[in-house]
Every structure is written in C-alpha cells, then in structure tokens.
Write a protein that binds this ligand. Structure first.
Ligand code: COA
Ligand code: ZN
Length: 310
C-alpha cells in the first residue's frame, strides 16, 4: 500500500500530440491552438503540443509549425515536440516553431520501430546522436522515450535488460529525460514496480516519465504502482484520447481528468484545475465527432451531487 502521498505528481498533457495523431477527422489548426491555449491555463507545467514527423506518416499533425507559432505560451509551461529524426529537430527548433523540449522516440522492439519509424533501432540511435550534436549549446531540453517498454503488439514481452540498455544508451548520448512508454497498454502493476525501481537507480525521479495507455483497463493501477515505486511524472491525455497508428489495437492514453480525480480523492497534489479539464473534455465530442473514453466527464466528480428524488 502507498503510505506517503505527500509528494506531488506531475502530469504532462499529451492530448495535442498523442491524442490527435490518431484522429481520423482533421482538426483545424485554430482549434488545436485553442485547445492548447486552454490547457495552458489548467495548471500543467508540461504540454506535448505536437510532433514534427513525416506528414505522410501522421497527416493529422502536419501543421506543427503553425500550431507552435500560434499558441499563447504561458510562463512556466514547457512546450514539448515529439520528433523521430534530425529533420524533425530542425523543424521543431526553427523560428517557425521554437519548441522548448524535444521528445525523441524509439521503440524497445525492433518490429515496432520498423513499423512506426521505418528504421531499425540502431538507425534511430544514430539519428539521436545527430540531434544531440545539432542542439549542442542551445537551451532546448532533450527527452528520450522508449516505446513498447512493457510489451510489443508484434513481439510480446520485452526483456527488461534491453530497456535498461536503452536508458544507458540515451544517457551516454547526453539525453537527460527518459520516458518509459506502454504503447498498447500491456503493462501490469508488478512489472511496473520492478522496472521503475530498476530505472530509478540510473535516472532521477525528476527526469523520469511514465506513459501509460489504458488499452486493457490497467492504466491508473499502473500509475499507482509507479508512484509507489518512486516515479513522479506521468503523461496523460484529455478525454483519454490517443494511440499509435502503427501499433495494431492501440487505444487511448490514461485520461487526464480521471488521473487528476484519482489524485484529488487520495490526496496527491497535482496543481491541476479539474473543473476546467472537465469543461474542456466535454467539448471533445463536438470537436472530434465521437464519444471519448474518459469516465469522469460522464460521471462527474464525487462532489457533483444530484438533487434528492422527491
Ligand atoms: N518531418 C517532415 N518530413 C520528414 C521528416 C520529418 N521529421 N522526416 C522525413 N521526412 C520526409 C522526407 O523529407 C521525405 O520527403 P519526400 O518524400 O518529400 O522526399 C519523406 O519524409 C521520406 O523520408 P525518409 O527519411 O525516407 O523517411 P521514411 O519514409 O523512411 O520515414 C520517418 C521515416 C521517421 C520520417 C517516418 O516513419 C515518421 O515520421 N514516423 C513517425 C511516426 C509517428 O509519429 N508515430 C507516432 C508517434 S510515436
Ligand atoms: Zn502513447
């Protein structure tokens, strides 16, 4: 059981990137900007605002430059861009975008990296080396994500030693932030506990992020297991949107408002404005043309009581 809830949990909002990348309906640039601007007022310290990948791979996010240029940046909020290669870094750091942090992504599984990034892991790592050199001397931060850390939809189980080796490879390149990503919700709390404790021997809690998808309903269980093991930073998406288009069966991230509600109810501080999140989440079906998976927006908070029946 968790005994100490006194340490804050940091939520990085990823709906503008992970959330929108898989949506079949085009979301207008102005609507993306409006969403990010609202999220910027909700108390997040970090927002993944888009990606700079091939527009053929992810057409939904092909307007990355206009989005990053158009948002009203709030002081204290780090605006992150996901990138796969040097070209992505150049786009994200150009005057048209000016991202604060680059999130470099590679999968632990060769098969998923080939499907998602169309290259082997060795080629991804070589590209990351070029990116490190390219940003040398600039103020931009680097984060390295390890997709399919907890399981791959093609290869199944991933050897935990392999994940540790990738963490070390990222660190040797000079990448400080590390994200362990459960791309298709294959993680379980025992596995999370074990791996987080091992990774925290090499990475400080301030530099480690856990990225869970709720594909098999275990998302928030995994958050609690990771928190208890010492992790403090988590990705989540408004409405529980999200998923990787190159991973069969992928579905949404853990839902931000469901996560914040959990934290509020058990007394873990997040600093996030839950009523504002609920308002934004309830606007998603109109924006996207379908219901979204998040549960709190449908149920309301525990304190949102109904009139007594007469
Ligand atoms: N941004 C924009 N365009 C890019 C790009 C980037 N970061 N990287 C490559 N391209 C362009 C190239 O210029 C080239 O354009 P052209 O056809 O007009 O000449 C084209 O994409 C193909 O380039 P190539 O280097 O051969 O890439 P590829 O086809 O082997 O694809 C990736 C490699 C990494 C670019 C692609 O697989 C990708 O963007 N994957 C990201 C998928 C993703 O975002 N998944 C979800 C998040 S984890
Ligand atoms: Zn994801």
């Amino acid at each position: 059981m968790i005994t100490d809830f006194s340490e804050a949990l940091i939520v990085q909002e990823v709906s503008p990137r992970d959330g929108l990348q898989i949506e079949p309906t085009w979301v207008e640039t102005v609507d993306k900007i409006a969403l990010i601007d609202q999220l910027s007022l909700a108390g997040f310290s970090r927002i993944e605002a888009g990606s700079f990948v091939s527009p053929k791979a992810i057409p939904a996010l092909r307007d990355g430059e206009q989005v990053f240029k158009g948002i009203a940046r709030q002081p204290g909020v780090i605006y992150v861009a996901l990138i796969p290669n040097l070209k992505g870094a150049q786009r994200a750091l150009a005057a048209e975008a000016e991202a604060d942090e680059l999130n470099l992504v590679m999968s632990a599984s060769q098969t998923h990296n080939l499907a998602n990034m169309r290259m082997r892991c060795e080629a991804s790592l070589a590209a990351f080396g070029e990116i490190v050199q390219y940003v040398d001397g600039s103020r931009v931060r680097l984060n390295g994500s390890i997709a399919t850390t907890f399981g791959c939809p093609f290869e199944g189980k991933i050897d935990e030693d392999r994940v540790l080796q990738i963490v070390e490879a990222y660190q040797e390149l000079g990448i400080q932030g590390i994200t362990l990503a459960d791309t298709t919700g294959m993680a379980n709390p025992r596995q999370v506990d074990r791996l987080v404790r091992r990774v925290l021997q090499r990475v400080s809690p301030a530099d480690l992020t856990l990225h869970f998808h709720n594909t098999r309903g275990l998302g928030l269980c995994n958050v609690l297991a990771a928190y208890e093991a010492g992790a403090r930073r988590f990705d989540a998406a408004l409405g529980g949107l999200g998923g990787c288009p190159f991973a069969p069966g992928a579905s949404g991230n853990i839902c931000t408002e469901d996560l914040v509600n959990l934290c509020d109810e058990i007394g873990i501080h997040t600093g996030i404005d839950l009523p504002l999140l609920l308002k934004l989440s309830r606007g998603l079906p109109a924006l996207l043309g379908h219901e979204v998976p998040g549960q709190l927006a449908k149920a309301g908070r525990n304190c949102d009581l109904h009139p007594t029946p007469s």
